[in-house]
Design a protein around this ligand. Structure first.
Ligand code: ZN
Length: 315
């Protein structure tokens, strides 16, 4: 756990060049979603993502910008993940035997996804309430559930969608009990996929990250039509929940967090003491100073980043 909080990690994440890459990825995905789904009920939100961190205002000390806060936005997700680790990480790191559990049901079509979500939420609620009933055997035998639950949905081949839970729960006995109760209530689920392992840094990241993988490894570019359908279904849905008495810490605004973690020395060296305004131009994939025309990063987007956006840079 402690390495999640070290400065090296933070520095890597919030350097100016990383901001350029995530802006590039986020802009590319938002354009794809917006232009391929003109009828989408959330097209306005895709537009907001196109404008996310578009303008950066430097006042001689701090760089200020505004964020779209949408769940598909690469830029916002990066910061949201860091915020979540700080907000929830400490309580989880107090666990003596943290277990990482994955709970699933068979994949479904987009039409059946809302029903699938309801079913899985109901299943979890039943299991949790059952565990708390003092007159029942599990409670008498010492089952006590405490932890965090993350709801996620990924695209699968054949137009299928895979809604699933990741949990970090204290204690191996509790984890085995959850798994067996899940299989009782969801007999269609493949027992092999209902996975339990000791939670480590990777599982913490898995739970705290907010990134929806926009395309599978076998695809060349994101399927914007299918992604739009998924985001429409997931709209307004909560994807992180605590249980068993963990406290929900106060939220931290992205803008506020950004001001705290940004490297003032780096900004000073790069931009000096006077104010400047930088506006993103997608033709140069960089922020351009309003008056001087200077580029903020002045580096090419690496091929590996372009590939991540699903763009064949050779065309
Ligand atoms: Zn954003």
């Amino acid at each position: 756990m402690p390495e999640l909080f070290n400065n090296k990690n933070k520095d890597k994440k919030f350097s100016l060049q990383k901001q350029q890459w995530t802006k590039y990825l986020s802009y590319s995905l938002a354009c794809g979603l917006f232009y391929n789904n003109p009828e989408s009920e959330i097209s306005k939100s895709y537009q907001n993502t196109m404008h996310c961190t578009e303008v950066k205002q430097y006042d001689g000390e701090n760089m200020r910008t505004s964020y779209c806060k949408n769940r598909w936005c690469t830029t916002c997700n990066r910061i949201r993940t860091a915020i979540n680790i700080i907000r929830f990480g400490e309580q989880i790191s107090q666990f003596g035997h943290p277990q990482f559990i994955t709970l699933t049901r068979p994949t479904v079509s987009i039409e059946d996804l809302p029903e699938q979500i309801k079913k899985m939420e109901a299943s979890w609620r039943q299991i949790y309430n059952y565990s708390k009933n003092k007159r029942k055997t599990p409670y008498k035998e010492g089952i006590r559930l405490i932890g965090i639950r993350k709801m996620e949905c990924t695209l699968r081949p054949d137009e299928k969608y895979h809604y699933h839970f990741h949990l970090i729960v204290e204690g191996l006995n509790n984890a085995y009990w959850i798994r067996s109760e899940w299989l009782k209530r969801n007999p269609e689920s493949d027992p092999k996929v209902q996975d339990i392992r000791t939670a480590d840094i990777r599982s913490l990241m898995e739970v705290f990250k907010y990134q929806t993988k926009s395309f599978t490894d076998t695809e060349e570019e994101p399927d914007y039509i299918r992604l739009n359908k998924l985001f429409e279904v997931m709209r307004g849905k909560r994807t992180l929940a605590l249980f068993g008495g963990l406290k929900v810490p106060p939220d931290i605004e992205l803008e506020e967090f950004d001001l705290e973690v940004q490297k003032k020395e780096e900004l000073q060296i790069r931009l000096g003491n006077h104010a400047s305004t930088w506006v993103w131009h997608s033709k140069v994939d960089d922020w351009v100073e309003k008056e001087t025309g200077e580029l903020l990063i002045n580096e090419e987007i690496p091929e590996a980043v372009k590939k991540k956006a699903g763009k064949n840079s050779k065309v």
